[in-house]
Design a protein around this ligand. Sequence first.
Ligand code: NAD
Length: 357
Amino acid sequence: MHFAVLAGDGIGPEIVAQALKVFTAVAKKYRLNIGYTEALVGGAAYDKYGTPLPKETLELCERCDAILFGAVGGPKWENLSAELQPERGSLLPLRKFFALYANLRPIKLYPSLTASSPLKDSIVNSGVDFVFFRELTGGLYFSLPKQIADDRKSAVDTLRYSVKEIEAIAEFAFEAARARRRILTSIDKANVLMTGVIWRETVTALHEKKYSDVNLSHMYVDNASMQIIKYPAQFDVILIENTFGDILSDEAAALSGSLGLTPSASLNKKKFGLYEPIGGSAPDIAGQMIANPISQILSLALMLRYSFNLPEAAKNIETAVERALASGVRTKDIYTGSQGEILVNTAKMGSTIADNL
Ligand code: NAD
């Protein structure tokens, strides 16, 4: 088993180095027979090969079981043509090439970080710990026709979903709910959208057929956007289509207090996945070693869980992160100056987590 490491630009290499530190420690502890190979992507690849996704990098990914991705982009490459731009020219083609249809984003507020959340203690004290399963390759962003009229007086986007597409992401979410608290909230707009009606019917049928042990409820997306803020503790697994998921998962990520804490995974049917922090290359802090590596380290944990089927090693990393935070270590983005907090740099946060495994 093998994974590709594409650190990319900006803070990417700084935080990926910490995830690799943690990987080395976890591989030793569990005697894992997993290797990795590093390759260039994004602006760094453009500088060397004239393209953000060189053939060599793509071929490496094809030979691997997963990709650990840092972040790409930055002001240096902003004026390149669309297909050469780091994000559009590497991340999007990778998602398409590997048919990564399921996007996972765990949302968690660590008890020791409640002060960093924008929500009141009275709301977050009941706990924030849920995960989005968002459909990533269909719906409004990809259905055709999608065009602007020649006279530029109108435009059209199409929202289409097939039962097959809905079943694929729903199966995944139901399975995940079984391994968690067995609560699945399916989000749609079935009161207005026909795709919402089909979405709801398909999820309900699958529930009756295979997953009646999971507690399923349906929620309209407008209500869900409110419930995430008012009572986040009610959620365990959220199943959602592409556009709504894009919006609500960003809203929910804000609950944890920093972009530097949230990992993500994009998977295909064979459980090949691309694992990356939800944040970008953060050019404003790159090179200073102050970025928070936790989002990258938790992306590694997701990779071990979903692509390598190693739930114990994944849990061990997640617990080590929790312990590090409980001990008071904080990178700048989550440092409030409260008593007991210790301000550390990127490397120290990485080694504290590795030591806590
Ligand atoms: P960003 O996510 O890079 O940064 C937004 C803010 O969050 C910044 O203040 C940054 O310092 C902070 N931040 C992000 N990650 C952090 C971390 N781990 N620790 C501490 N603070 C962190 O978004 P942006 O500024 O809009 O974009 C910067 C570049 O990143 C652009 O070129 C953009 O295209 C690219 N980008 C790439 C990805 C990706 O690779 N998946 C995603 C988003 C943006």
